[in-house]
Write a protein that binds this ligand. Sequence first.
Ligand code: CP
Length: 320
Amino acid sequence: MDSVSPSILQFTQFESQALGQQLIDKALYYKADPRIDIQKGMGKRIGCIFLNPSLRTRVSTQIAASNLGVEPIVLNMDKEGWALEMREGAIMNKGTVEHIKDAAGVLGTYFDILAIRAFPSLTNKEEDMNDFVFSQFVKYSGIPVISLESATRHPLQSLADQITIREHSSGIKKPKIVLTWGPHIKAIPHAVANSFAEWSLGMGHDLTITHPAGYELSEKFTKGATIEYNQKKALQDADFVYVKNWSGFNDYGKIISTDPSWMLTEKHFVNAPNAKVMHCLPVRRNLELSDEILDGPRSLVQKQAENRIYAAQSVISHLI
Ligand code: CP
């Protein structure tokens, strides 16, 4: 991300193919024997700070930490913490009670690692693109930070997705991966789509992105991908199809289309008979993705969710 420099002491984005391969190898090592390194993190503590809801990220990160002997403590900031002021120099005479400088500083003394979820506003593009809220935690905590999904990226999800692709790629030399937009009724962040594109391209895969006109993602994440507006053409010969909704990026945070023909059913796979289908969950059934696909043999969604544990375990192990 722009305002947070990549460092070995953070896990906020894709850094290199070599590190990506190393993290996938380690994740599969832990998957084979989850508590093999139970002594490694004894005496250490990870603070999992949620400014937004979560099921998978919250639970998988706690299990991953426990598998390494690291004590996880979860703080749901929206319900359990004080209302935070993020802006420098603010006169705090309105609704906010504690400044991020003070809160993050305190958390930095309580934990060895912080893990933060901070979604975008989808109204202030510049602040979102700079991961403003997430970056304030990084700046003031002074300890290693893991992204549990920021405004721009969801790297633990992307690592779990790459683990899942590796596990299901045997016999495929260079898998064709398609990221397809799916319909939704709400304005959804870009983080999963951005991050999936960034990791797939970074890991050297052949990536095609398909969406209705107007849903172009930031080129910062998609440079090197084939952009194909015809979904049928894009899906031809696909090995993996990743379904995700996102809102407009150029027309920031807007819903431009809800065209139901973009929701995948078996009919969409006539030219990709062996394609596997992926989604990060949660998914709105029969809006974003059909029951037929989610409950059928193409679906890898449960496997992706399971791999969230080993993605997190690999990263926590790397940082400690
Ligand atoms: N995929 C994912 O991040 O799920 P949660 O929002 O439930 O954590």
